[in-house]
Design a protein around this ligand. Sequence first.
Ligand code: FE2
Length: 206
Amino acid sequence: METNIKDAIETMMNEHRLIEQVLGALDTFVEQLFTSVPEDRRQVAQFAHFFRSFADYCHHGKEEKELFTQMNKSGFPMEYGPLAVMMSEHTEGRSHVGALAAIGQGSGPLTYAEKESVAEHARAFIPLLRAHIQKEDNILYPMARQGLGAAALTQLNEQCVRFDNEIMGQEMIHNLKTLASELTVNFPPDPAKMAAPAGCAGCRGH
Ligand SMILES: [Fe+2]
């Protein structure tokens, strides 16, 4: 039925806002990492779980399986151009999250070398995903709204709702949003670092 159909692009933009908050929390966590963070390994595992399960599986999952597929059917190539760039950035992000997850699976407090590795991957991943989100919000999503016809947009909306309900499950989404809240409470993002990156100052003003 139509009553539960949401605007998929709006949903994905809302997910961006949540992901940005957790990126800010990760940034704060890394700032504190070399002083003292209780249960530091568990925190790394929690961040990895959020970015793998929510940012990648849930959010990038909808983009790759639904949005990009619809855009491709409407004539946007997958092999080059914006979709190819977005896909390659998703892949790059996965390698950083995979490294964090591997460290999170170890035991005992983090060693100094592991802290260095966490900091290195996080400091590469944070700006990568922030810039990626800006490109999607300001370029790719508007391109999709313009380039997809009404029927394709409706189909996208229906498929994204189905993805969340049937592939992710609302309980899992709820749990991951709760985890995001815990991480941002425990490691409050620095508002000064949450502003739009340089070069994109006017993007949000439209
Ligand atoms: Fe995205």
